[in-house]
Design a protein around this ligand. Sequence first.
Ligand SMILES: C[S@@+](CC[C@H](N)C(=O)[O-])C[C@H]1O[C@@H](n2cnc3c(N)ncnc32)[C@H](O)[C@@H]1O
Length: 219
Amino acid sequence: MIEYEKDAIVHPYVTRYIRGELFERDEFLRSLESYAEENNIPIVPRETASLLSVLSHMMKPVNVLEIGCAIGYSSILISRGLSLGGQITTVEYSPEMAAAARENIKRAGLSDTIAVVEADAKDYIKELNGVYDFIFLDGPKAHYVYMLDDCVRLLRKGGILVSDNVLYKGMTADDRLVIRRKITIVRRLRKFISALVKREDLKTSIIPIGDGVTVSVKL
Ligand SMILES: C[S@@+](CC[C@H](N)C(=O)[O-])C[C@H]1O[C@@H](n2cnc3c(N)ncnc32)[C@H](O)[C@@H]1O
């Protein structure tokens, strides 16, 4: 019998070990982590944060699009790897979250670098026309599959699409873990992963850290 473990898609002792060994974040990011934990705000776990940080420093992106901003934690983290003059657009539909993110971004001195757009990403992404080096999909999980074409359209060749929570506490991988009320999200995440790996214009890796992350590069 498989047991459902909150926030654990690998053995918890492996996660504990990885978290213990991970890079030290600066004081500001740590304060956001504490705030998120105290207020039950879902931000990327540390091991996913570390992957985002590596990818951002590797890519040195000029234009970043993020779907799902919450309090601005991952935007600020990704901004550390931007090329000089690089910009991030992050989309968030909760007015409270968007306001908190703007405040945090201001405190981090990044108001000229990160723009928080208060909108429903499902509609907003259809109207976007920029060219992005790096897209981080971390918004409505049940809609990833419907946003995929637009993400690929907006990505430059060689650009990367990083999608979070794709293994969804293991439920995507095994029916025995699926909670009834999550069935629709799980089915759509499975469709999303299948669509990602089948696309001939992408190469995708599924990485079982945090809540499951895919990294796709546009060919
Ligand atoms: C997991 S949190 C984002 C965490 C953030 N990326 C971080 O790690 O710091 C997901 C966010 O997506 C937002 N969201 C959900 N559905 C959305 C939609 N349709 N359009 C825009 N934002 C959405 C939620 O309000 C929530 O703040």
